[in-house]
Design a protein around this ligand. Structure first.
Ligand code: GTP
Ligand code: MG
Length: 195
Protein backbone atom coordinates (compact mmCIF):
# COMPACT_ATOMS: atom_id res chain seq x y z
CA UNK A 1 0.00 0.00 0.00
CA UNK A 2 0.99 3.64 0.01
CA UNK A 3 3.44 4.47 2.76
CA UNK A 4 1.39 6.51 5.17
CA UNK A 5 -2.16 7.28 5.64
CA UNK A 6 -5.24 7.28 3.42
CA UNK A 7 -8.57 8.54 4.68
CA UNK A 8 -11.98 9.25 3.27
CA UNK A 9 -12.54 13.00 3.44
CA UNK A 10 -15.93 13.71 1.90
CA UNK A 11 -18.43 13.04 -0.86
CA UNK A 12 -19.21 16.09 -2.97
CA UNK A 13 -22.47 16.66 -4.87
CA UNK A 14 -21.91 20.21 -6.13
CA UNK A 15 -18.90 22.33 -7.13
CA UNK A 16 -19.21 24.55 -4.07
CA UNK A 17 -18.67 21.46 -1.88
CA UNK A 18 -15.16 20.80 -3.24
CA UNK A 19 -12.38 20.96 -0.64
CA UNK A 20 -9.84 23.81 -1.02
CA UNK A 21 -7.52 23.17 -3.99
CA UNK A 22 -4.43 23.38 -1.82
CA UNK A 23 -2.61 20.19 -2.83
CA UNK A 24 -1.99 18.04 -5.91
CA UNK A 25 -4.91 15.85 -6.84
CA UNK A 26 -5.47 12.88 -9.15
CA UNK A 27 -8.82 11.49 -10.22
CA UNK A 28 -10.13 8.22 -11.55
CA UNK A 29 -12.59 8.59 -14.42
CA UNK A 30 -14.20 5.97 -16.61
CA UNK A 31 -17.37 4.25 -17.69
CA UNK A 32 -19.68 2.84 -15.06
CA UNK A 33 -18.41 -0.49 -13.74
CA UNK A 34 -14.92 -0.14 -15.28
CA UNK A 35 -13.34 -0.60 -11.85
CA UNK A 36 -12.54 2.90 -10.52
CA UNK A 37 -13.48 2.25 -6.90
CA UNK A 38 -11.81 -1.17 -6.92
CA UNK A 39 -8.61 0.41 -8.21
CA UNK A 40 -8.59 2.97 -5.38
CA UNK A 41 -9.07 0.15 -2.91
CA UNK A 42 -6.21 -1.83 -4.47
CA UNK A 43 -3.93 1.23 -4.50
CA UNK A 44 -4.56 2.01 -0.88
CA UNK A 45 -4.65 -1.60 0.27
CA UNK A 46 -7.99 -0.90 1.95
CA UNK A 47 -10.72 -3.14 0.60
CA UNK A 48 -13.77 -1.24 1.75
CA UNK A 49 -12.45 2.30 1.39
CA UNK A 50 -14.18 3.21 -1.89
CA UNK A 51 -17.52 1.51 -2.44
CA UNK A 52 -17.25 -0.97 -5.28
CA UNK A 53 -20.13 -3.01 -6.62
CA UNK A 54 -21.46 -4.93 -9.53
CA UNK A 55 -24.24 -2.38 -10.01
CA UNK A 56 -23.19 0.24 -12.60
CA UNK A 57 -23.64 3.69 -11.15
CA UNK A 58 -22.58 2.75 -7.64
CA UNK A 59 -20.48 5.85 -7.08
CA UNK A 60 -22.78 8.86 -7.32
CA UNK A 61 -20.71 11.57 -5.67
CA UNK A 62 -17.21 12.89 -6.16
CA UNK A 63 -15.42 11.14 -3.32
CA UNK A 64 -12.28 12.70 -1.92
CA UNK A 65 -9.59 10.71 -0.09
CA UNK A 66 -6.57 12.26 1.54
CA UNK A 67 -3.24 10.57 0.93
CA UNK A 68 -0.61 11.44 3.54
CA UNK A 69 -2.09 14.92 3.90
CA UNK A 70 -0.14 15.69 0.73
CA UNK A 71 -2.41 14.57 -2.13
CA UNK A 72 -6.06 13.99 -2.85
CA UNK A 73 -7.27 10.84 -4.59
CA UNK A 74 -10.65 11.39 -6.21
CA UNK A 75 -13.16 8.65 -7.08
CA UNK A 76 -15.63 9.85 -9.71
CA UNK A 77 -19.10 8.68 -10.71
CA UNK A 78 -19.01 6.60 -13.86
CA UNK A 79 -20.24 7.79 -17.21
CA UNK A 80 -22.29 5.84 -19.71
CA UNK A 81 -24.83 3.34 -18.48
CA UNK A 82 -25.95 3.55 -14.85
CA UNK A 83 -28.71 2.02 -12.78
CA UNK A 84 -30.23 5.31 -11.68
CA UNK A 85 -33.03 7.64 -12.80
CA UNK A 86 -32.18 9.79 -15.83
CA UNK A 87 -32.51 13.10 -13.95
CA UNK A 88 -30.11 11.90 -11.26
CA UNK A 89 -27.60 10.64 -13.81
CA UNK A 90 -27.74 13.94 -15.69
CA UNK A 91 -27.03 15.83 -12.49
CA UNK A 92 -23.87 13.92 -11.72
CA UNK A 93 -22.71 13.92 -15.33
CA UNK A 94 -22.92 17.70 -15.26
CA UNK A 95 -20.96 17.80 -12.01
CA UNK A 96 -18.38 15.40 -13.43
CA UNK A 97 -17.81 17.65 -16.45
CA UNK A 98 -17.59 20.80 -14.32
CA UNK A 99 -15.06 19.08 -12.07
CA UNK A 100 -12.89 17.74 -14.91
CA UNK A 101 -12.78 21.06 -16.69
CA UNK A 102 -12.51 23.43 -13.75
CA UNK A 103 -10.33 21.97 -11.02
CA UNK A 104 -7.07 23.91 -10.76
CA UNK A 105 -5.23 21.40 -8.59
CA UNK A 106 -6.05 18.39 -10.78
CA UNK A 107 -2.60 17.18 -11.84
CA UNK A 108 -3.65 14.10 -13.74
CA UNK A 109 -6.83 12.30 -14.66
CA UNK A 110 -6.55 8.56 -14.96
CA UNK A 111 -9.01 7.46 -17.62
CA UNK A 112 -9.85 3.85 -16.95
CA UNK A 113 -10.56 1.58 -19.90
CA UNK A 114 -11.86 -1.96 -19.54
CA UNK A 115 -9.17 -4.14 -21.12
CA UNK A 116 -11.85 -6.32 -22.70
CA UNK A 117 -13.63 -3.46 -24.41
CA UNK A 118 -11.08 -0.79 -25.33
CA UNK A 119 -11.84 2.89 -25.89
CA UNK A 120 -15.55 3.67 -26.48
CA UNK A 121 -17.21 6.81 -27.83
CA UNK A 122 -18.04 8.07 -24.32
CA UNK A 123 -14.37 7.72 -23.34
CA UNK A 124 -13.41 9.87 -26.30
CA UNK A 125 -15.89 12.54 -25.22
CA UNK A 126 -14.16 12.71 -21.83
CA UNK A 127 -10.75 12.76 -23.53
CA UNK A 128 -11.92 15.67 -25.73
CA UNK A 129 -13.04 17.55 -22.63
CA UNK A 130 -9.67 16.94 -20.95
CA UNK A 131 -7.85 18.14 -24.09
CA UNK A 132 -9.90 21.33 -24.06
CA UNK A 133 -9.31 21.83 -20.35
CA UNK A 134 -5.57 21.08 -20.68
CA UNK A 135 -5.71 18.38 -18.03
CA UNK A 136 -3.07 15.70 -18.64
CA UNK A 137 -4.67 12.31 -18.68
CA UNK A 138 -3.29 8.80 -18.61
CA UNK A 139 -5.06 5.68 -19.81
CA UNK A 140 -5.26 2.81 -17.34
CA UNK A 141 -6.46 -0.56 -18.63
CA UNK A 142 -8.46 -2.40 -15.96
CA UNK A 143 -9.39 -6.06 -15.37
CA UNK A 144 -6.42 -7.42 -17.33
CA UNK A 145 -6.92 -10.68 -15.42
CA UNK A 146 -10.01 -11.26 -17.57
CA UNK A 147 -8.26 -11.67 -20.91
CA UNK A 148 -5.50 -13.48 -22.76
CA UNK A 149 -2.19 -11.84 -23.60
CA UNK A 150 -2.91 -12.04 -27.34
CA UNK A 151 -6.22 -10.19 -26.92
CA UNK A 152 -4.53 -7.63 -24.70
CA UNK A 153 -2.05 -6.81 -27.47
CA UNK A 154 -4.92 -6.01 -29.86
CA UNK A 155 -6.66 -3.77 -27.36
CA UNK A 156 -3.39 -1.98 -26.59
CA UNK A 157 -3.01 -1.16 -30.29
CA UNK A 158 -6.54 0.24 -30.38
CA UNK A 159 -5.97 2.35 -27.26
CA UNK A 160 -2.61 3.65 -28.53
CA UNK A 161 -4.22 4.67 -31.81
CA UNK A 162 -6.99 6.58 -30.01
CA UNK A 163 -4.61 8.28 -27.55
CA UNK A 164 -2.39 9.51 -30.37
CA UNK A 165 -5.20 11.86 -31.42
CA UNK A 166 -5.40 13.54 -28.01
CA UNK A 167 -2.87 16.24 -27.19
CA UNK A 168 -3.50 15.95 -23.43
CA UNK A 169 -2.87 12.19 -23.37
CA UNK A 170 0.21 10.94 -21.59
CA UNK A 171 1.73 8.29 -23.88
CA UNK A 172 2.39 5.55 -21.31
CA UNK A 173 -0.56 3.19 -20.73
CA UNK A 174 -0.77 1.44 -17.37
CA UNK A 175 -2.03 -2.16 -17.32
CA UNK A 176 -3.80 -3.07 -14.11
CA UNK A 177 -5.75 -5.75 -12.32
CA UNK A 178 -7.19 -4.80 -8.97
CA UNK A 179 -7.92 -8.48 -8.48
CA UNK A 180 -4.35 -9.71 -9.09
CA UNK A 181 -2.43 -6.57 -8.18
CA UNK A 182 -0.90 -6.05 -11.62
CA UNK A 183 0.26 -2.48 -12.21
CA UNK A 184 -0.61 -1.29 -8.72
CA UNK A 185 2.98 -0.46 -7.65
CA UNK A 186 3.51 1.36 -10.96
CA UNK A 187 0.43 3.48 -10.45
CA UNK A 188 1.43 4.27 -6.87
CA UNK A 189 4.83 5.43 -8.05
CA UNK A 190 3.23 7.67 -10.69
CA UNK A 191 0.95 9.30 -8.11
CA UNK A 192 3.73 9.74 -5.56
CA UNK A 193 5.82 11.41 -8.25
CA UNK A 194 3.23 14.13 -8.96
CA UNK A 195 3.62 17.37 -7.05
P1 GTP B 1 -19.23 2.90 -10.76
O1 GTP B 1 -18.93 3.51 -9.43
O2 GTP B 1 -20.56 2.26 -10.83
O3 GTP B 1 -18.98 3.83 -11.91
O4 GTP B 1 -18.22 1.64 -10.99
P2 GTP B 1 -16.64 1.55 -10.75
O5 GTP B 1 -15.93 1.99 -11.99
O6 GTP B 1 -16.25 2.22 -9.48
O7 GTP B 1 -16.42 -0.04 -10.66
P3 GTP B 1 -16.21 -0.93 -9.36
O8 GTP B 1 -14.86 -0.70 -8.77
O9 GTP B 1 -17.39 -0.79 -8.47
O10 GTP B 1 -16.15 -2.39 -10.02
C1 GTP B 1 -17.18 -2.90 -10.83
C2 GTP B 1 -17.12 -4.43 -10.86
O11 GTP B 1 -15.92 -4.87 -11.53
C3 GTP B 1 -17.09 -5.07 -9.48
O12 GTP B 1 -17.88 -6.23 -9.51
C4 GTP B 1 -15.63 -5.41 -9.28
O13 GTP B 1 -15.42 -6.50 -8.42
C5 GTP B 1 -15.17 -5.75 -10.70
N1 GTP B 1 -13.73 -5.47 -10.88
C6 GTP B 1 -13.10 -4.30 -10.63
N2 GTP B 1 -11.78 -4.40 -10.89
C7 GTP B 1 -11.55 -5.67 -11.30
C8 GTP B 1 -10.38 -6.40 -11.73
O14 GTP B 1 -9.24 -5.91 -11.78
N3 GTP B 1 -10.57 -7.69 -12.10
C9 GTP B 1 -11.79 -8.29 -12.08
N4 GTP B 1 -11.85 -9.56 -12.50
N5 GTP B 1 -12.90 -7.65 -11.68
C10 GTP B 1 -12.80 -6.35 -11.29
MG1 MG C 1 -17.31 3.45 -8.24
Amino acid sequence: AFAGDVQFLKGVVAMDGLPPDDRPEVCFAGRSNVGKSSLINALTGRKGLARASNTPGRTQEINFFTLNESHYLVDLPGYGFANAPVAVVEKWQRLLKQYLSGRVSLRRAFVLIDARHGVKAVDEEIMDLLDKSAVTFQAVLTKTDKLKTSDLAKILDQVRGKLSKHPAAYPEIVLTSSEKGEGIPTLRAIINGLS
